[in-house]
Design a protein around this ligand. Structure first.
Ligand SMILES: C[S@@+](CC[C@H](N)C(=O)[O-])C[C@H]1O[C@@H](n2cnc3c(N)ncnc32)[C@H](O)[C@@H]1O
Length: 394
């Protein structure tokens, strides 16, 4: 089984790569026994490669936890018990983090010590976590009906760049429909300031700083957003305590700045426009959302790190419907996805090589046009290489 460890995005891309391979193995099974062995090997590798090499350096305790889980029969059992489409090491890590945030007697102080003077060594952290789960596996298993729902506002920096380019092409008012929206934080794409160089002090929650790698990413106005509609199998509301805790749990505890941003957004939400969140599968939700848009504005259907969680059949059907809507000029389609995780969408061939690992492809189909590759970005929007293709004008 070839692994794509050099291309791990830092949160789930490799897991998804392994996922595709495991499907292949399952389809080619020669007997129940070998399938079970393959599944366990696959689960072990999902833990082992859950973090990219540079993320391992900056998140040593999570890295050690991944390595220790990869060798633990119990942690492998727990991951194998998760349905394939959600079988992501990050789901297990989020479950543990969630229990810590909820005040679990042993996990709370252990996670609370991360980054502080009493922080154990990474290996000791991992050993203690696995001991806690060994004593009571329900700490994790009780939460495995949930899914990885990391909502990353950093991706709004990339959506802004695309929307600015759309404005330059004459699209001055839009309805946004975000598929797989989680808590809908990227529907507030116009509520974040942008700085095109990475800031050393990254603590202004409402300023997204990123490295802009080419000159096509130009300043300029954004279209006015007329409606903001999110679709998700399980939409989250940051104002609901339990939803907020799950969103925090999906973040990595050794990176407090993303947590600070989420908390700050939570405090600001009551001042921001109300979102329409539709609890639905991507395809049905898309149709429901289309009924709600303002007919005087152009509609943009967007998604980021969401289609990778659709099964292959849904990816194919969703893409077919989107191509039809684009052809009919009813919508434009913008997505940020890891191409190898969304083969069913048939992403367009890239026009250039991704400049860095963690490649997330920016794909845009303007109403009446074809899906085209508009470049690459970091999975959390920390860098952007934009190369807008020519296409129909509004
Ligand atoms: C990793 S999160 C990404 C959230 C958001 N798009 C972002 O970029 O921050 C993936 C989201 O897709 C949702 N999702 C997964 N499968 C889905 C489906 N079939 N239909 C609708 N939403 C789905 C999940 O519930 C989850 O909230």
């Amino acid at each position: 089984m070839a692994l794509h460890s050099n291309r791990n995005s830092g949160h789930c891309s490799l897991s998804l790569a392994v996922e595709r391979e495991s499907r292949f193995l399952i389809q080619n099974e020669v007997g129940e026994m070998s399938t079970a062995v393959d599944e366990r090997l696959d689960a072990s590798r999902r833990y082992q490669y859950a973090l990219a090499s540079d993320d391992k350096t900056s998140h040593p305790c999570y890295a050690a936890l991944g390595d220790a889980c990869a060798k633990s029969e119990l942690m492998i059992d727990l991951l194998v018990s998760v349905p394939l489409q959600q079988r992501n090491a990050m789901l297990i890590f989020a479950a543990l983090h969630y229990q810590a945030l909820r005040g679990h007697a042993q996990l709370a102080p252990l996670y609370g010590s991360l980054g502080g003077a009493n922080c154990p060594s990474p290996e000791e952290f991992a050993r203690r976590v696995i001991d806690i789960v060994s004593n009571d596996p329900t700490v994790v298993s009780a939460l495995l009906t949930r899914s990885t729902q990391t909502n990353e506002p950093g991706r709004s920096a990339v959506f802004q760049a695309v929307l600015r380019e759309m404005y330059r092409r004459g699209i001055d008012e839009v309805n946004l429909i975000d598929i797989g929206t989680s808590a809908g934080l990227n529907l507030y794409v116009d509520h974040y300031d942008i700085v095109r160089t990475p800031l050393r002090d990254d603590h202004d929650a409402f300023t997204l700083s990123y490295e802009s790698l080419n000159s096509a990413d130009l300043p300029g106005p954004l279209p006015t957003i007329r409606s903001r509609i999110g679709v998700d199998l399980s939409p989250l509301d940051l104002r609901n305590d339990d939803d907020a805790m799950w969103l925090r749990a999906c973040l990595w505890p050794e990176n407090p700045s993303r947590l600070d941003r989420l908390n700050a957004i939570g405090e600001r939400l009551s001042d921001w426009p109300t979102l329409t969140l539709i609890q639905s599968d991507a395809l049905d939700g898309l149709e429901k959302a289309l009924e709600l848009v303002n007919p005087d504005a152009s509609t943009v259907v967007m998604h980021s790190w969401a289609a990778a969680y659709f099964d292959p059949e849904l990816q194919k059907n969703f893409a077919e419907r989107m191509r039809e809507l684009v052809r009919l000029k009813r919508v434009s389609w913008v997505y940020l996805e890891w191409p190898r995780g969304v083969a069913g969408l048939q992403p367009p061939a890239p026009r250039d090589v991704a400049p860095r690992p963690g490649e997330t492809q920016i794909v845009v189909a303007l109403a009446g046009g074809e899906p085209q590759s508009w470049g690459w970005c970091h999975p959390h929007g920390r860098w952007l290489s934009l190369s807008p293709a020519s296409g129909p004008k509004a």
